[in-house]
Design a protein around this ligand. Structure first.
Ligand code: VGL
Ligand code: ZN
Length: 210
């Protein structure tokens, strides 16, 4: 299967930020390995959108604000289960900056997410309450961008939730796993792959994209 990129396609590049790369506070194993691949892939697309995890200091998803809790524990928030993370991607910090090697000057939009203290936001489309929109769906519809190729960090959290929510919002989603890396908490990478199969979200090899 080969896919030809056209002008109604968009590449969604998720959270390629210092804190998600080796040396960062929530490093995804080999997260930096995808950067050059993403640059090359992005050059094939007329339309690219970036996301940037963007938390206020003391964000409710940080284990550090929950006395007695440790990173990677799961707690119950008003909207459901929530993993507690090390402090990461604090607004204006170096950790929140894009990886210095990310070179996508033609990106048209940066969606920041997770900026509400009480609500985390994995997905580029909806916050973790699953009902507060980020505005991305409206943007893509207005721009008549209907097929969304998705890459980035982390495959099992922000990439997964973005792919699912995009699919539910009526977009054709394609995950490029080769240009994504996962955190893998308790089998979360396998769970992400199963979720993609369940929704018939294809996993496209980079070679298949022209
Ligand atoms: C992410 C955990 C917390 C991600 C963001 O980008 O996948 N994961 N915040
Ligand atoms: Zn985050």
């Amino acid at each position: 299967m080969a896919l030809k990129i056209n002008d109604t396609d968009v590449l969604l590049v998720v959270d390629i930020q210092n804190d998600f790369c080796p040396g960062g506070s929530l490093a995804v194993p080999a997260g930096d390995e995808i950067v050059l691949l993403v640059n090359r892939l992005a050059a094939k697309f007329q339309h690219v959108v970036l996301t940037q995890d963007w938390h206020p200091a003391g964000h409710s998803s940080f284990a550090s604000v929950h006395p007695g809790r440790k990173p990677f524990e799961v707690v119950t928030f008003p909207y459901g289960p929530q993993v507690l993370w090390p402090d990461h991607c604090v607004q204006g910090s170096v950790g929140a900056e894009f990886h210095a090697g990310l070179d996508v000057p033609h990106a048209e939009l940066i969606i920041r997410k997770g900026y509400r203290r009480a609500v985390d936001s994995y997905s580029a489309f909806f916050e973790n309450d699953r009902k507060t929109p980020t505005g991305l769906a409206g943007y893509l519809r207005e721009r008549e961008l209907s097929r969304v190729f998705i890459v980035g960090l982390a495959l099992d959290f922000c990439v997964r939730y973005s792919a699912e929510d995009g699919h539910r919002s009526g977009f054709e989603m394609v995950v490029i796993e080769e240009a994504s890396r996962g955190i893998d908490l308790d089998g979360s990478i396998d769970a992400a792959r199963r979720a993609f199969v369940e929704l018939s979200i294809p996993a496209m090899p980079i070679d298949g994209i022209r």
